[in-house]
Design a binder for this molecule. Structure first.
Ligand code: MG
Length: 460
């Protein structure tokens, strides 16, 4: 069993649950006690706009104070802004957010001193402390205190704006949908300070998410697409609840599938670098990443699925002297190592502006420079996931494969990933090819192997 699968409370993205059921102030308090025991010092806390945020912040704060920590309340901020401040100013941090989940959810993410999310081994230690009430309370003389930091968003915005030549947005019109989430005060300012004209939707912070759910998917982005076409913007950008992801519509109001977004921005970053570099991404990302990398004599380095694996791999490759220039996931969560080692929605919006300004082409034209690709995504429901995985590995072991998280089979004209869920009884299958029929044939081939091993599985 992998370390990833040994975690009980923590999923791929921290601890998350429905308010009043599996996410409660009691759990938040215990998290605060455990984090305060494990990471004594000055701890920054931020949150997204959810209605349950203040209650969970108070509960986590109580636990941290009781273990002697200084708590720095940063208010409502995007998670990348909090991570940026933690890296520069604090010993650790906690973000209260459920990211893209609906308003009834909330969650807790622990950030380490370097601004990355806590790794697996540490998360398992933290879980042990929470389950066994294994804390070190402070004496009355050592109780913690609360401070405020109202400058987190400002410092983040300034750092992004200063990463680009002044005025790159001049003459470029952009539409933004902040989704009433944590980006309500940041992305519009970033793009305006870079010189662009900005039109906004849903920039009032509201944890009931009245206009759309925090997931920035194609359907939820229809009003943004309409605004883009009405005002003839160069592109539209939208975020999830904590604004670590950015997704786009192009100048024609067409939703940009996130793997294509990855490839588009990868192209801009590879083109901006003089030396060929390394792009880090999970095994689930489209081969478009590889296609763009080879255009620029760059290479792709695969990690297990999950942004912390991408971020930590990027950091360790850089420490080994490798030229890591870009990374992230094929879901709009992109990482810029010269800025910081976490997914960053505000930086991604600015990078799209840079791309349009630098290439002097419409986003739709830039997209048409990428080959078309077809991805099939399936779930195979069965309790016998281990049997299924070992049969698949046996079947395909003669081919070129990557086996760091499930098995990725690489063929000249296509690839497939077969990967068990960490928490539930199903196996995910992704198949992608540059031609629709090739993808379809490959999927049928994999399906027949699956059906031979587990005839009663359910495929959705
Ligand atoms: Mg998020």
């Amino acid at each position: 069993m992998s370390v990833k699968q040994k975690k009980q409370l923590f999923g791929t993205n921290g601890v998350r649950g429905i308010i009043g059921k599996d996410m409660t102030p009691e759990l938040a308090h215990r998290m605060g006690m455990a984090v305060g025991t494990m990471r004594p010092g000055t701890i920054a806390i931020g949150r997204d706009t959810r209605t349950s945020g203040p209650s969970l912040v108070a509960a986590v704060t109580s636990g941290l104070l009781a273990t002697g920590c200084t708590v720095v309340d940063c208010g409502i901020v995007p998670i990348p802004a909090l991570q940026f401040s933690i890296r520069d100013n604090y010993d650790a941090g906690i973000m209260i957010t459920a990211s893209h989940n609906p308003p009834e959810y909330n969650g807790i993410k622990v950030i380490d001193a370097d601004g990355t999310e806590m790794g697996d081994e540490e998360a398992i230690r933290l879980e042990y402390m929470i389950f066994h009430l294994d804390y070190t309370p402070a004496t009355w003389q050592k109780m913690g205190i609360i401070r405020q930091d109202t400058g987190v968003a400002d410092r983040y915005i300034r750092a992004i704006v200063e990463s680009f030549p002044p005025g790159i947005g001049s003459g470029i019109k952009v539409a933004i949908d902040a989704g009433s989430g944590a980006a309500y005060q940041t992305t519009a300012r970033i793009l305006k300070e870079l010189g662009s004209e900005v039109l906004t939707l849903n920039t009032q912070p509201d944890g009931t998410f009245p206009a759309r759910n925090p997931e920035p998917d194609k359907i939820n982005l229809m009003p943004l697409a309409e605004l883009v076409t009405q005002v003839r913007a160069s592109f539209g950008v939208a975020h999830d609840g904590d604004a670590d992801r950015a997704v786009f519509v192009d100048d024609k109001g067409e939703y940009i599938e996130e793997n294509r977004e990855f490839a588009l921005l990868e192209d801009a970053i590879c083109g901006r670098n003089d030396e060929p570099g390394i792009i880090v991404t999970p095994v689930s990302t489209s081969r478009l990443a590889d296609h763009v990398a080879s255009r620029h004599h760059c290479s792709v380095y695969y990690t297990p699925v999950g942004s912390i694996y991408v971020a930590r791999t990027m950091r360790s490759l850089l420490q080994d002297g490798k030229n890591v220039i870009f990374g992230g996931e094929g879901n709009g969560g992109l990482i810029y190592p010269q800025h910081q080692f976490c997914r960053d929605g505000g930086m991604t919006a600015a990078m799209m502006l840079f791309l349009v300004s630098f290439r002097k082409k419409n986003v739709s034209e830039l997209l048409s420079d990428l080959p078309s690709s077809f991805m099939i995504k399936k779930k195979v429901h069965t309790p016998k996931t281990q049997l299924l995985m070992s049969s698949i590995v046996d079947q395909y072991c003669q081919e070129k494969t990557v086996t760091i998280d499930g098995i990725r089979i690489e063929r000249d004209d296509s690839w497939a990933l077969i990967r068990p869920s960490g928490t539930e009884p199903f196996v995910r299958v992704y198949v992608e090819a540059f031609h629709n029929k090739t993808a379809q044939y490959f999927w049928e081939e994999i399906q027949s192997v699956i059906k031979k091993v587990i005839p009663d599985c359910v495929i959705t």
